[in-house]
Design a binder for this molecule. Structure first.
Ligand SMILES: NC(=O)c1ccc[n+]([C@@H]2O[C@H](COP(=O)([O-])OP(=O)(O)OC[C@H]3O[C@@H](n4cnc5c(N)ncnc54)[C@H](O)[C@@H]3O)[C@@H](O)[C@H]2O)c1
Length: 281
C-alpha cells in the first residue's frame, strides 16, 4: 500500500516534472533567445552623429544591426554610417517636425525594409531657469527633445506591430526627476514628458511585442554638457557624484544595447537611471 502510494506519488511528481519541463521549454523560447538575435535588425538612431548617438549606433551595429543614422547634416550622416560594420545608411531630417519625420522614416523604410529598433537620442540643452525661459525657447526645446519621440514612435510603431517585435528607447535624463541641477526648466520638463510618453506607449504596445523604455543618465562626458561646465563646477560635481567620475557615452550605449536586445523582453515602461549613485531610489 505504501509502495503503491509512493509509486503514485512518484508518477504524480514525474507528471508534474514533465509539465514543468514542457513549460520551461516554452519559456526558454521567449526568455532565453540566442545573442545574435539582433543580427539583421534595422535600428534607427536619431542624434546619430552626436556623442551618445554615435556610441549607440556603433554598439548596435557591432551587435549586427543595420543602422539608419539620423541627424541634421546629410553628408556627415552618410560618411559616419559608412564607417559602421553593417550595411547602414545616413539620412538627415529634422526630428522636431512631423512632416519631416514622416518623410524621413519613409526613406528609411524604403531603403531598409522597416524599423525594428528606434532609439530617440536627438536633443538640445537649455540651462535657462523658468523666469529666463521665453515661450519660443520652451517650444523649441520641447519640439526637439519630446515631440520628436512622439512623431518617430508614431511613424515606426506600425512596422514593429506588423512584425510582432520592436524596441523603442528614449534618451531622457536625470534632469527629469532632479528638477535639473544645472539644466534649465524647459530641458528638465521635456525629459520628464518623455518619461510619460515612454510609460504610455509601453502600456499600449506591450501586447504587440514592442517594449518601450527610457535611459536617464546624468553628466555624460560629451560636449553638450562638458563645454558648459566651468572647471570649478566640474570639480564640485566629481566630488558629489559617488563614483567620482562622469558617465562615458559608451556606458549609455551598453544600457541601450541591453534594452534593444531580446534579453530584456520582460522589461517595459522602465527608466534606467545612470547617475553614478547620485540619486538612489
Ligand atoms: N550629455 C549628457 O550629459 C546627457 C545627459 C542626459 C541626457 N542626455 C541626452 O542625450 C542625448 C544626446 O546628447 P549628447 O550629449 O550626445 O549631445 P550631442 O549634442 O552630442 O548630440 C545631440 C545630437 O542631436 C542632433 N539634433 C539636435 N537637434 C536635432 C533635430 N532637430 N533633428 C535631428 N537631430 C538633431 C544634433 O545635431 C546632435 O548630433 C540628448 O537627448 C541629451 O538630452 C545627455
Amino acid at each position: 500500500m505504501m509502495l503503491c502510494g509512493a509509486r503514485r506519488l512518484t508518477a504524480a511528481a514525474g507528471c508534474a516534472a514533465l509539465g514543468h519541463f514542457a513549460w520551461r521549454q516554452q519559456q526558454r523560447a521567449v526568455c532565453e533567445p540566442s545573442t545574435p538575435a539582433l543580427a539583421g535588425k534595422v535600428a534607427l538612431v536619431t542624434g546619430g552623429t552626436g556623442s551618445i548617438g554615435w556610441a549607440v549606433a556603433t554598439s548596435l551595429a557591432d551587435a549586427g544591426c543595420r543602422v539608419a543614422l539620423v541627424d541634421l547634416d546629410e553628408s556627415r550622416c552618410r560618411e559616419m554610417a559608412s564607417k559602421l560594420p553593417t550595411r547602414s545608411i545616413g539620412v538627415a531630417f529634422d526630428v522636431s517636425r512631423e512632416d519631416t519625420v514622416n518623410a524621413g522614416v519613409a526613406r528609411v523604410v524604403a531603403e531598409m525594409g522597416g524599423v525594428d529598433v528606434l532609439v530617440n537620442v536627438a536633443g538640445i540643452l537649455s540651462n535657462n531657469k523658468a523666469l529666463e525661459t521665453s515661450a519660443d525657447e520652451w517650444r523649441k526645446v520641447h519640439a526637439v527633445n519630446y515631440d520628436s519621440s512622439f512623431y518617430l514612435s508614431k511613424a515606426c510603431l506600425p512596422h514593429m506591430v506588423e512584425r510582432g517585435w520592436g524596441r523603442i528607447i528614449n534618451l531622457s535624463s536625470w534632469a527629469w526627476k532632479s528638477g535639473g541641477l544645472t539644466a534649465g526648466t524647459a530641458y528638465s520638463a521635456s525629459k520628464a514628458a518623455l518619461v510619460g510618453l515612454t510609460f504610455s506607449l509601453a502600456r499600449q504596445f506591450a501586447g504587440a511585442g514592442v517594449t518601450v523604455n527610457a535611459v536617464a543618465p546624468c553628466y555624460v562626458f560629451s560636449p553638450m554638457i562638458m563645454e558648459q561646465l566651468t572647471a570649478a563646477k566640474r570639480a564640485e560635481l566629481l566630488e558629489a557624484i559617488p563614483v567620482h567620475r562622469f558617465c562615458a557615452p559608451e556606458e549609455v550605449a551598453h544600457a541601450v544595447l541591453f534594452l534593444a536586445s531580446p534579453l530584456s523582453g520582460f522589461i517595459t515602461g522602465e527608466v534606467v537611471d545612470m547617475n553614478g549613485g547620485f540619486q538612489m531610489d
